[in-house]
Design a protein around this ligand. Structure first.
Ligand code: FRU
Length: 424
């Protein structure tokens, strides 16, 4: 049987490994890598919809961009059903927790706009019903292409299957607000290949999603990050010396960790427009460590590549653990080798007293980290919770060499632009 790294041959690069030894260094509640407590009296963006993954409009270099002074974000969104009999419990109360937990199946892409980088106003759905080919419109990235306001929305078309797709439209502004026009023709780009990236046939719990296109600051070419799992039948992966790393005596037992096979994938565009893509071997694998490295994204700073990805406690392998939050890795060149930030990878995790308070962190090049509120305990024991489905307070981190530090907290959903584009 081939080892996980042998699958990728010798060229053009070997994936870097997030090892079990690295993950043993993950510690919840270190104040420098822990998100401040979110108070249970948070405001909600909307009583009509839940929102979660938040995708600021940006350019291909990663800069969060406003247009004509309007900030724009896209969010995964689902209707709230406070009056739907399906979500009324036996006592006649709205079971918001069940409604929230069911949201992934009906996720749609919406957009919001703002003059202040917060206090978001709902714009509406990006694509009309029936435009997207599958039931679920999952996460991706809206890219402002030019001063004409053209936008390429890369996202994941899920159920049936999981396909990385894109749809082109245009952002239009007036004095009073922003609208999205076009977004009528969805173009499939690629799916998992079963050779480098696991397919649904190989594992019904596979992950293949969350495109994040970017221009490499060094070679100027168009690439795309995405979430994947390492190819191979479920259960066939090996957790060898390389994946285990340098563990202390007594830590060699990997249990069932061969079922955890997350990776950060990368593809390169064959054309300028990003219509034709070639998948390359993953940048990073977490076999034996974690099953999900979601929404991977970069910050390019000080000539280095800071690779961030979100992950969960429940997706960690036997014998290793860590909080829900954002993890990071750094390299001197695009294809690595990547080393975990802060030794462990953990950059910003939930405090253990509120393990589900936030998720889906996105680190922006200005050091601001946006996320959404999932659920916050409302009593001491943590048995009563308040569901969020809204923007969390933004956190500021400082990135210094191979370390990061939590340094600031801002308002709910504060996503200020880094540059403004005046549309022609
Ligand atoms: C992260 C995530 C993404 C996915 C979406 C589905 O919160 O799991 O990976 O695209 O949410 O709702």
């Amino acid at each position: 049987m081939k080892s996980n790294t042998e699958k990728f041959g010798k060229t053009p690069h070997q994936p870097s490994l997030w090892t079990r030894a690295d993950a043993l260094k993950v510690h919840a509640d270190d104040p420098t890598t822990t998100q401040p407590l979110v108070s249970a009296d948070f405001p909600v963006l909307s009583n009509e919809v839940f929102i979660w993954d938040t995708m600021p409009l940006r350019d291909l270099d990663g800069n969060v961009t406003s247009v004509d002074g309007w900030s724009v974000i896209f969010t995964l969104t689902a209707d709230r059903h406070p009056n739907d009999p399906q979500y009324i419990d036996e006592n006649g109360n709205y079971d918001i927790t069940r409604d929230w937990n069911d949201r992934h199946g009906r996720a749609k892409m919406y957009y919001w706009f703002s003059r202040t980088g917060k206090d978001w106003e709902l714009g509406g759905r990006v694509m009309a019903e029936g435009v997207s080919p599958t039931a679920r419109e999952w996460a991706g990235t809206p890219i402002l292409l030019n001063e004409q306001g053209e936008v390429d929305l890369y996202y994941t078309a899920v159920t049936p299957g999981a396909t990385i797709v894109k749809v082109r439209g245009r952002v239009v502004t007036t004095e009073h607000g922003v609208s999205m026009v076009g977004f009528e023709k969805v173009k499939p780009l690629f799916e998992a290949d079963g050779k480098m990236y696991q397919t649904e046939a190989q594992n019904p719990f596979w992950g293949f999603r969350d495109p994040w296109p970017f221009r490499d600051p060094n070679d100027g070419k168009l690439y795309m990050l995405f979430e994947g799992n390492v190819a191979g039948e479920r259960g066939s992966h090996t957790v060898g010396k390389a994946e285990i790393g340098d563990v202390p005596p007594g830590y060699e037992d990997v249990g069932n960790s061969r079922f955890q096979t997350a990776c950060v994938g990368i593809a390169v565009a064959r054309d300028e427009d990003g219509d034709d893509w070639e998948m390359l071997p993953p940048l990073l694998t977490a076999v034996g460590v974690n099953d999900q490295t979601e929404r991977p994204h970069f910050v390019f700073q000080d000539g280095k590549y800071y690779l961030f990805t979100i992950s969960h406690t429940f997706t960690y392998a036997d014998g290793v653990t860590g909080p829900d939050g954002v993890y990071g890795f750094v390299a001197d060149s695009l294809f690595g080798p990547y080393v975990p930030l802060n030794g462990s990878g953990l950059v910003l995790g939930n405090p253990s007293s509120q393990p589900f308070q936030t998720y889906s962190h996105c680190v922006m090049p200005n050091g601001l980290v946006t996320s959404f509120i999932d659920s916050v305990p409302t009593d001491e024991s943590g048995t009563q919770i308040r569901i969020g489905g809204t923007e969390a307070p933004t956190v500021g981190i400082k990135i210094k060499g191979q370390q990061t530090f939590v340094v600031a907290e801002y308002d709910y959903g504060y996503i200020p632009p880094m540059l403004d584009v005046t549309l022609k």
